[in-house]
Design a protein around this ligand. Structure first.
Ligand code: FAD
Ligand code: S2G
Ligand code: ZN
Length: 471
């Protein structure tokens, strides 16, 4: 970076908007897991959309690539610069205004650097719900949620970030600001441009603000932890619940025994709700706008039918918020706990819900044949057909011997996904980690169209190079 460019950037964002001290830079240059590490001589932290536009224009004129970054909780290395030291990290965390909350229109207008938890709290303050919910919600930002089209635990009821967004404000790679911050649920005046940027992982422009949908707050809640004999039983239990209570199912998370075991081993205070281990578990939650909707009773009826049909092996309906929190911590603790078991080979895949059981049976078998003793930390949002097929080494095995087999094992999971018409990335995106392998699984015409869009919006290729699109 030339001193002239640095001086021009400082004029745009001020001293508070520039990070050049190596110690302060470090946190921006590696991802949450420490799986990806890059270098950069400066992180620029604008505080308004206009400042973002100024930075983008200066960097474009200087031919300098930008890596947008929000909470840096992404799991595909999408927010980490390369090792050239030539790229500039553009942190959006100072764009923190909640510009408007409109309970009657059921919308909230927030800037990209607002943390997801703050949006949830601002909605609750006006008796509304912003339903996106994921394990990183205390750190991840709206800009990152939009750019990864985040999913999380409420998708089966409310959809992904794409479904929760009405309008966007985006700084384009040429420095123009597209103001698409509309609050309308209907606008049929041509192409729906916001969908280009949702899930684009910072490769088509910088999201600076969004209009998000709000929903009626839920005052009734019932939660259960259910022991199951198989993944198929989890799918069948979901079917029983949906038949009985319809859209009141606001979360349905399934997990293998080995997923629970890593949490019991590494999360302080975690305890198994049942006396003996079981092959699979489901964390089920119902929600209703009415506080006295009798959800516990409905949940107990559904579980009664599940026992009759021998779907459930054991179950506990939580009584009180402390027990509910304990059950959720068993689920939300898996991702972090697995990091203590050596390399966590992550595969965030979807298949049609009706194919889940066959996919799991076939994939488990193939993985166990490849690595006897492999641990299958398989869990996630089964109601969306989304499993985190995360693999840990056999107990006592060597980390490196396991890590070197990552590509071979990924192929087993992804080839299985393809056989069941699934996707190799359900909610985390492609980032660096899956940008090459996606070429083997995605329709070639789709990839050509994606390249065409990239060429149109970012012909110089300066927006988050090396991410999403195969080289
Ligand atoms: P970052 O990591 O900072 O960036 C992510 C991507 O978006 C990068 O490509 C970056 O360049 C781009 N980007 C960021 N901000 C902008 C912007 N303003 N404009 C343009 N591009 C931008 N994800 C799920 O979907 N579901 C889950 O259940 C889930 N659970 C998680 C649990 C844990 C414990 C952790 C650590 C992560 C989890 N994630 C989950 C992944 C991650 O939290 C999400 O991908 C989240 O949306 C990332 O937000 P962020 O602000 O941290 O983005
Ligand atoms: C979740 C987290 C990522 C992982 O917990 O739902 O999205 O695979 C995941 O650790
Ligand atoms: Zn997830």
């Amino acid at each position: 970076m030339t001193p002239e460019l640095l001086a021009s950037l400082r004029e745009v964002v001020g001293d508070a908007g520039l990070v050049t001290d190596p110690d302060q830079l470090a946190g921006y240059l590696t991802d949450w897991r420490g799986a990806y590490r890059g270098t950069a001589s400066v992180v620029v932290r604008p505080s308004t959309a206009e400042e973002v536009a100024g930075v983008v224009t200066l960097c474009r004129d200087a031919g300098i690539a930008l890596v947008p970054q929000g909470g840096n909780t992404g799991l595909c290395g999408g927010a980490v610069p390369d090792s050239s030291g030539q790229e500039v990290v553009l942190s959006l965390t100072r764009l923190r205004r909640i510009r408007e909350v409109d309970p009657v229109n059921q919308t909230i207008t927030v800037e990209a650097g607002v943390v997801l938890q703050q949006v949830q709290e601002a909605a609750a303050a006006v008796d509304r719900l912003f339903p996106l919910s994921l394990g990183a919600e205390a750190s991840c930002t709206v800009g990152g949620n939009l750019s990864t089209n985040a999913g999380g635990t409420a998708v089966l009821r409310y959809g992904t970030m794409r479904d929760l967004t009405l309008g966007l404000e985006v700084v384009l790679p040429d420095g123009r600001v597209w103001n698409g911050l509309e609050k309308l649920r209907k606008d049929n005046t041509g192409y729906d441009l916001k969908h280009l940027f949702i899930g684009a992982e910072g490769t088509l422009g910088v999201v600076t603000a969004a209009v998000l949908k709000l929903y009626p707050a839920l005052h009734g809640r019932a939660t259960a932890w259910v022991a199951l004999p198989s993944a198929q039983a989890a799918v069948d239990l979901l079917g029983v619940l949906r038949t009985l209570v319809g859209d009141r199912v606001t979360a349905f998370e399934a997990m293998s025994r080995q997923s629970v075991e890593v949490v019991l081993r590494h999360v302080a205070g975690a305890r198994d709700p049942f006396a003996s281990p079981h092959p699979w578990y489901a964390l089920v939650e119902l929600g209703d706008t009415l506080a006295d909707a009798g959800l516990d009773g409905l949940l107990e009826s559904a579980l009664g039918e599940a026992f009759e049909r021998e779907l459930a092996l054991d179950a506990v309906v939580a009584s009180g918020s402390a027990q509910i929190a304990g059950l959720w911590s068993l689920r939300e603790g898996i991702s972090e706990a697995q990091n203590h078991e050596g390399p966590s080979l992550k595969h965030d895949v979807t298949v049609p819900v009706s194919s889940i059981a066959a996919f799991v049976a076939e994939t488990d078998r193939a993985l166990a044949a490849a690595v006897p003793g492999i641990r299958l930390v398989v869990y996630g949002h089964i109601g969306d057909g989304n499993l985190h097929y995360n693999l840990s080494k056999p107990v006592g095995a060597d980390d490196e011997e396991f890590r070197v087999r990552a590509d071979e094992l990924a192929r087993i999971v992804y080839d299985g996904t393809a056989r069941f018409d699934g996707s190799i990335s359900a909610e985390h995106g492609l980032g660096q980690s899956k940008r090459e392998i996606v070429a083997d699984y995605k329709d070639p015409v789709a990839l050509q169209l994606m390249r065409g869009v990239k060429e149109l919006l970012d012909p110089a290729g300066l927006m988050n190079p090396g991410k999403v699109l195969p080289s």
